[in-house]
Design a protein around this ligand. Structure first.
Ligand SMILES: Nc1ncnc2c1ncn2[C@@H]1O[C@H](COP(=O)(O)OP(=O)(O)OP(=O)(O)O)[C@@H](O)[C@H]1O
Length: 381
């Protein structure tokens, strides 16, 4: 656990970068430091590995004041990843990753074996080991940067805007990989970003800083969205926080109704009798085939003769979030989200109003469910 106790940093030029921060960062969790430019995130991060010394207060790691620990010894237990990866250009990928084990005197063979393991861990193919950093894409370089920081298996990882220099698609990939990696590794991670979406996606806890280096709120992503401490935090998390919050509600608890759902073998007369504008046509295993507008149905025959309009997408009651469900409603031609079970069979439908009424309790502390790991519609929470 990393503890900041009334920590301030005033640089010699008079800038107060961090002002009286008291916060406890949990072991084995990802804490995100987020806030506008110049609000003291990097300074705060660097005070953990003594690259910056506080001018007041105490930073402690597992109960020990870090001033009592030799900086090199302290840093051996703390990996550090920065924007643009900061790789050594004249060393191969493998040697870059092996840097810290070599510094620790592991011997070349053991250090390289470890580096090869890490290359695989971060999802890069073995043949990249011999390349030089400039022969990799930005995203690949960042992965190497993460692998290098993990070299000596440090319990703590500091990451300063590690994914900011890549395009949004690669960035999303890196975030997904990083979340997967952390599930395996359970490191204590402190991660700086100015991107609130990244913070919400990756953080177990988020520290929102305001200008002047003060902590505006320290909370779970869900609480931050549901109950921002003040106007600054509300503005920073964005206008659409209500929708984003739905990412933290499991779809399993949403209220669904039977809806206008009929097997493809049903006569068209049955579809008309439902007195609904759209009917969802399903196969014999209740898997959805498509929506059909009742007004366009042929005069006779079965729904097999009906023209089907694509569904948009369904949402899964196991594993998807309420946000995926809402998206499903908004993209549906019938404006009805289709909830399916693990076999893809239709369980029920709901419109956007029904979904959000069921998913967003008035009292934020009642919010149902825990964070949903992955959102099958693209996870863009
Ligand atoms: N070495 C330094 N000397 C003087 N002032 C500094 C120094 N490093 C940072 N600052 C100032 O301290 C404040 C906080 O900087 P810091 O880099 O911690 O902010 P940040 O939130 O990480 O910013 P960004 O998102 O732009 O990277 C800024 O006003 C910055 O100009």
């Amino acid at each position: 656990m990393i503890r900041f106790d009334a920590v301030s940093k005033k640089y010699p030029n008079g800038t107060t970068a961090v002002d009286g921060v008291t916060v406890e960062l949990a072991e084995g969790a990802i804490t995100i430091l987020v806030g506008p430019s110049g609000c003291g995130k990097t300074t705060t991060l660097r005070m953990i590995n003594r690259m910056v010394e506080p001018t007041a207060g105490t930073v402690s790691l597992r109960g020990r004041d870090i001033r009592e620990v030799d900086a090199p010894e302290l840093r051996r237990g703390i990996g550090y990843v920065i924007q643009h990866a900061g790789l050594f250009p004249h060393r191969t990928v493998l040697d870059n990753i092996a840097t810290v084990p070599l510094l620790l005197g592991w011997g070349k063979k053991k250090a390289r074996a470890r580096a090869a393991e890490l290359l695989e861990l971060v999802g890069l193919p073995a043949e990249m080991a011999k390349r030089y950093p400039n022969q990799l894409s930005g995203g690949q370089q960042q992965r190497v940067g993460v692998a290098r920081a993990l070299g000596a298996d440090p319990p703590v990882l500091l990451m300063d805007e590690p994914f900011s220099a890549v395009d949004p698609i690669v960035r999303a990939e890196l975030q997904t990989e990083f979340a997967r990696l952390q599930k395996e590794l359970h490191k204590t991670i402190v991660f700086v970003t100015h991107d609130i979406d990244e913070a919400i996606r990756l953080g177990d806890r988020i520290a929102v800083f305001r200008e002047g280096g003060r902590l505006a709120q320290f909370d779970t992503p869900e609480r931050l969205l549901a109950d921002p401490a003040d106007d600054f935090v509300a503005g920073f998390v964005g206008q659409d926080r209500g929708i984003r919050r739905l990412s933290f509600v499991q779809a399993g608890g949403l209220p669904l109704r039977e809806g206008p759902v009929l097997p493809v073998t049903s006569p068209v007369t049955e579809a008309r009798a439902l007195d609904e504008p759209w009917v969802l046509v399903v196969d014999d295993a209740r898997r959805p085939l498509g929506w059909t507008p009742v007004a366009d149905l042929p005069g006779s025959g079965t729904l097999a003769d009906a023209a089907l309009v694509p569904l948009g997408h369904t949402f899964n009651l196991v594993g998807d979030s309420a946000r995926a469900a809402l998206d499903s409603a908004l993209l549906s031609p019938a404006r009805l989200a289709v909830g399916v079970d693990a076999d893809g069979a239709v369980v029920g439908v709901a419109d956007a109003y029904e979904l959000t009424a069921g998913a967003a309790p008035a009292n934020p502390t009642d919010a149902a469910g825990s964070p949903v790991a992955a959102d099958s519609t693209g996870g863009d929470r």
